[in-house]
Design a binder for this molecule. Structure first.
Ligand code: EPU
Length: 293
């Protein structure tokens, strides 16, 4: 029997992942699956588990680099309606994993709920944001998160509350395969003031980052008390190129891709940057982007 028999409506084969990532790079996924309900998600996850198929969870593709060879497994994306709901109840907001951060921020602002302004200009969806505790200098998603629903590799669903969750700098203790939903607690505020804050954060980002290019956000995490961007910049690496991949001359912790760039070019450039910073400052840079091989 075929692995995904009966699921033709939601399974694609050899889907090019370049179409689903901000870098617009990388090879195909053996299986590309977009479940329409929790039941379908559980079904798919169980079939993968029972057949030892590796699962990759895709959000909006804004923090990943897919290898040119693609991935030999199932890429699952929670992009269908059932995984894109927002429910506002007083100052509690229940958000499904596939909701875009930008949409979430807009709807909360309209409802007069403050706490997400710090996410302005951050791409991605709620699930991906929680996975890496996305944020910036003004705050992160973890600090407003009250509870998270998740699912493990065998399709078992569970919920964890604030006291049992940890969010640090670009890390969390959520290690389950899927984040499916979260409840955020926000603070009532005048929508106009929220709108102004969003604009301020957005302008700062726009002025310091290459926002309209093919990239995956910051490539490296900031080492403790240091800035990866500043180190790469001081090492004189802005503008360094491998193929069509270049260290951004706007913000050195970004790599931008042009034309026929290969994922291998980006990977080579990452190695060069890491090596140069190691030699010059004796600092080991750790990847922030997720590399799918
Ligand atoms: N800097 C340079 N040269 C550069 C880039 C930065 O000298 O090319 C200096 C800046 O002048 C500043 C310092 O480095 O003094 C820090 O730079 P910035 O304020 O741009 O912040 P960052 O630490 O590089 C972090 C997040 C960003 C987030 C911004 C703004 C990390 C790795 N990056 O950047 O997040 O947007 O703060 O809040 O934590 C991401 O995670 O993908 C991301 C883009």
């Amino acid at each position: 029997m075929k692995l995904f028999a009966g699921l033709n409506d939601i399974v694609k084969y050899k889907e090019p992942l370049s179409e689903h990532t901000w870098f617009k790079l990388g090879g195909p996924a053996k299986y590309f699956i977009e479940p329409r309900s929790m039941e379908e998600l559980v079904d798919v996850v169980k079939r993968c588990h029972e057949n030892s198929v590796r699962v990759y969870v895709l959000g909006k593709g804004s923090n990943i680099l897919v290898a040119d060879e693609g991935v030999d497994g199932a890429v699952i994306r929670l992009s269908q309606k059932a995984f894109c709901k927002i429910t506002i109840d007083d100052n509690k907001v229940t958000v499904a994993a596939g909701v875009a951060l930008s949409q979430l921020m807009r709807e909360c602002a309209r409802a007069g709920l403050s706490g997400l302004e710090c996410m302005a200009g951050i791409p991605g969806c709620l699930g991906g944001a929680l996975r890496i505790n996305a944020g910036g200098r003004f705050g992160d998603i973890g600090s407003v998160t009250q509870s998270v629903k998740m699912m493990d590799t065998s399709g078992f669903e569970l919920e964890r509350h604030r006291s049992d969750l940890y969010f640090g700098y670009r890390e969390t203790n959520i290690s389950e395969l899927f984040i499916t939903e979260a409840t955020l607690e926000l603070v009532p505020e005048d929508p106009e003031r929220i709108g102004r804050s969003i604009k301020e954060v957005w302008v700062i980002k726009k002025n310091s980052q290459p926002m309209y290019s093919r990239n995956a956000g910051c490539i490296f995490k900031n080492p403790r008390a240091l800035s990866a961007g500043a180190l790469i910049d001081k090492a004189g690496l802005k503008g360094t190129k491998v193929g069509g991949a270049m260290v951004s001359d706007r913000h050195a912790n970004f790599i931008v891709a042009k034309g026929q760039t290969k994922a291998a070019d980006v990977l080579k450039l990452i190695d060069q940057v890491r090596q140069a910073v190691q030699e010059r400052f004796d600092v080991t840079l750790e990847l922030e982007v997720e590399v799918w091989k």
